[in-house]
Design a protein around this ligand. Structure first.
Ligand SMILES: [Fe+2]
Ligand SMILES: [Fe+2]
Length: 201
């Protein structure tokens, strides 16, 4: 079988594995992120397959317990911040990237980065990282985020503006006492705010 014919099988296999380890709601979300990542990749000329792979695997460590996530980090010398140790659910992106490589055989660094940075983003994100970050926020199964309709429209017109809007809304939500802010979320927001200000000059 040639390599191209094998590719859809790999996605199918990953989909099956996610269905096995995730509850029905989480799996539905996973498929939504896969689908939305693929659509954004088509719009912006990224690899659709890479977007599907990252979308499928982005929450592969979400179903672990906090204790399991911490233990994986300790055993594999994955650094943890104090905030992450106090809130191990924040580790699911980092541990997810680790499992994507070790357990699911992903070697492409951009896919691994897209999984690693899907909750906080980072300054200077790649196209694929932006796509998965945005897809995670707006996939069809999401219904509670503020400004969802506006964001869904904006995502197909201007990726950086969408990123900034999501980060701003997330910070507003977390600053409003709804959870701990990972400092990287603010850093990413500041970076893209600055970038937008320069673009407008
Ligand atoms: Fe996640
Ligand atoms: Fe997610």
């Amino acid at each position: 079988m040639n390599a191209d014919k094998k590719k859809p099988d790999q996605l199918r296999k990953l989909r099956k594995e996610m269905e096995k380890i995730q509850d029905a709601r989480r799996f539905e979300h996973t498929l939504g992120v896969e689908f939305t990542s693929a659509a954004l990749a088509m719009r912006y000329g990224a690899s659709v397959r890479d977007a599907q792979t990252a979308g499928l695997l982005h929450d592969c460590a979400k179903c672990l317990t906090d204790r399991e996530r911490v233990s994986i980090c300790k055993k594999n010398n994955i650094s943890m911040t104090e905030l992450e140790m106090e809130n191990p659910f924040l580790l699911h992106a980092k541990v997810g990237a680790f499992l994507a490589r070790e357990q699911y055989g992903v070697t492409d660094q951009d896919i691994l980065d897209a999984i690693h940075n899907h909750t906080t983003g980072r300054p200077g994100m790649s196209l694929l990282e932006k796509i998965v970050f945005i897809a995670d926020y707006m996939e069809p199964g999401r219904s509670h985020a503020p400004n969802l309709e506006e964001i869904r429209g904006m995502a197909f017109a201007d990726l950086d503006r969408t990123l900034l809007k999501i980060l701003g809304d997330t910070l507003d939500y977390l600053d409003g006492g709804n959870g701990d802010v990972d400092p990287m979320t603010r850093k990413t927001w500041e970076y893209y705010k600055e970038k937008a200000a320069h673009a407008a000059e």
